[in-house]
Write a new protein. Structure first.
Length: 587
């Protein structure tokens, strides 16, 4: 066997073949560490970390590289000084532990690129630093393009050139920083010239082609979302499994590690399914974060709590809210439903009995190791176990888009959309442009009305109306679908501004085909305007949700458009009075 097959024992430091090392640690080693379970994978990782720490200047890199696949790319990475500096920079920026997998991906991408160039030039000792020169820029661009073509047989868009572009720019900046520290003006000028060429040409020669390819691949691509019945079936199944496993764990005198592992997986899957956000955010929740929230209790503002309706108050008391780090370091909320709280509490109480390391800081740990459960693996496992109709669609990303898309049938308004976007971990602009998919059903049902009206030459008859209120002639009566409730319709929040209504003299007659049934007495009109006094003072018509709320409170049998038009008339009167007062003052 080659010498590369032998690794040192983390306990006694004797060298053994890697296929027998774990057996030695489990049965024979007298100096083995007692804090970690002697599994083959963890023992090999710890042993490789010992070897790497002797050949790397930054000891943090040994822990980073130890779990990586041992191949020629890893050899290229650990033998290149600039790539190691790049890895150290990412550790300084991201911190060690939480983003190690992301850092390994970035490092392997550079290693793959450098290995490709080494093969092209038949030089196995070529360093990345020798490519950061202005006269090598064209060679770098051609190598990235060739590497992309080499992987063009893979399914989906090829994003490697985009990622390599960011990494090459960063390593050039790192090398320029080293040149400044060492007073090497020639190297500094070379790096600066390379960066100038990158800023001027990289986008046109590399990035634009890749982005265009990615965009074209999305054309006519079916955006499949999880089946609603699958989501409901998975949620019910997880609730039953959590209750059953929690009962087993509480009844056992000596907790079974297998039961604890299955319960931890079920609770994690439940949190991902309930919150419908990035799975990595739920799997990386820290134990300390949960303990702080569970001991201190929910932080409820009493004044805000009293303004809620009875159902909302009950939900606020039943659920537990905690925040964790999300994308770009944002603090994102995660709600723990009542059906998962008892199971989670049992797991925390019995951590030591379940074989969890004291050094593991995660709420969903892996026994015997210092890492956490994989969100994708857990969710995919339960999707297969519960025999769903389309289990491949049950992923955290698909669930994320499922919530953002199906929420369009609700009249959320600006405030509601903002709350939903913040829960999903991004701002309202990103929510509208990327995650709230423009569903084909909406395209067929709503936009088609506009196109038919334009073809019939009747657009002028629908002046001031929305797509939801437009009615077109010459269309057959709709066939009601029995698989969908009649009340499940697309309602969009009315955000019509004063300028839009002022240009619509027929607004007061909109949707008022039978005025005799919609007569509003003077007393009702005055009470209505008093209720919407804030909108009148702000000179902004009330939204649809506000109008519907008013109708519900006072139990009026009139359409919401009638309420809006009445308040709008009072706003116009208020404007005219304001103008008269201003003219009187100036005169």
């Amino acid at each position: 066997m080659p010498y590369t097959w032998y690794y040192p024992c983390p306990g006694c430091l004797a060298f053994y073949c890697k296929t027998e090392l774990w057996r030695h640690m489990q049965e024979k080693c007298q100096l083995k560490t007692k804090t970690k379970k002697s599994e083959e994978e963890s023992v090999l990782t710890e042993s490789r970390e010992l070897l790497l720490s002797e050949c790397l200047a930054d000891k943090r890199l040994a822990k980073l590289y130890a779990p990586m696949k041992e191949d020629h790319i890893l050899n290229v990475v650990k033998n290149d000084l600039l790539i190691n500096q790049f890895a150290s920079y990412l550790i300084d920026k991201q911190g060690q532990g939480r983003q190690d997998r992301y850092i390994r991906q970035r490092v392997r991408e550079l290693g793959r690129f450098l290995s490709f160039v080494q093969k092209q030039r038949d030089n196995q000792h070529l360093q990345l630093a020798t490519l950061i020169k202005p006269n090598e820029f064209d060679s770098v661009v051609n190598a990235v393009k060739s590497l992309q073509e080499e992987g063009s047989n893979a399914t989906g868009p090829i994003t490697l050139p985009l990622k390599l572009g960011h990494s090459l720019k960063r390593v050039a900046q790192i090398q320029r920083g080293q040149a400044v520290r060492n007073g090497e003006n020639t190297m500094k000028e070379q790096c600066s010239s390379f960066l100038e060429l990158y800023e001027a040409e990289w986008s046109d020669r590399v990035s634009s082609h890749t982005l265009r390819t990615m965009y074209d691949l999305k054309m006519n691509k079916i955006d499949e979302l999880p089946v609603t019945n699958d989501v409901v079936k998975l949620a019910n199944g997880l609730k039953e499994k959590i209750n059953k496993l929690t009962h087993e764990l509480e009844q056992c005198k000596k907790p079974d590690a297998t039961v604890g592992r299955r319960l931890s997986e079920a609770v994690l899957a439940r949190l991902i399914l309930f919150n419908k956000r990035r799975g990595g955010e739920a799997s990386k929740i820290l134990l300390e974060t949960y303990q702080e929230v569970s001991t201190e209790g929910p932080q409820i503002n009493e004044e805000v709590f009293q303004s809620l309706d009875p159902l909302e108050k009950k939900l606020a008391e039943q659920h537990l809210l905690m925040k964790t780090k999300g994308k770009r370091g944002w603090h994102v909320p995660i709600l723990i439903p009542q059906d998962a709280r008892s199971g989670l509490a049992a797991l925390v109480r019995k951590r030591k009995e379940l074989g969890i390391n004291d050094s593991n800081v995660y709420l969903f740990p892996i026994p015997g190791r210092d890492t956490h459960l994989s969100s994708w693996t857990v969710l995919n496992k339960f999707a297969q176990d519960f025999d769903l109709q389309k289990p491949r669609l049950v992923t955290s990303t698909k669930l994320w888009k499922y919530l953002a898309t199906t929420a369009q049938i609700l009249s959320l308004g600006e405030e509601g959309q903002d709350w939903l976007a913040r829960h999903l971990g991004h701002d309202i602009r990103v929510h509208r442009e990327f995650y709230r998919l423009h569903d084909n059903t909406i395209e067929l049902a709503k936009v088609s009305k506009l196109l038919i009206a334009a073809e019939q030459g009747d657009l002028h008859k629908h002046k001031g109306k929305t797509l939801a209120t437009m009615q077109v002639s010459g269309v057959e009566s709709p066939v009601h679908r029995t698989s969908q409730p009649d009340n499940l319709r697309e309602d969009t929040e009315e955000t019509t501004h004063d300028s839009d209504l002022e240009s619509d003299p027929e607004f007061l007659l909109e949707n008022d085909e039978k005025p005799e049934k919609n007569i509003i007495t003077r007393e009702v009109r005055e009470a209505m305007c008093s209720y919407f006094n804030d909108e009148v003072e702000a000179m902004k018509p009330p939204t649809k949700s506000r109008c519907l709320q008013y109708i519900k409170v006072f139990k009026l049998g009139i359409p919401w458009q009638r309420v809006k038009s009445t308040v709008y008339a009072r706003i116009q009167l208020h404007k005219r009075n304001m103008k008269k007062k201003s003219h009187g003052c100036t005169s």
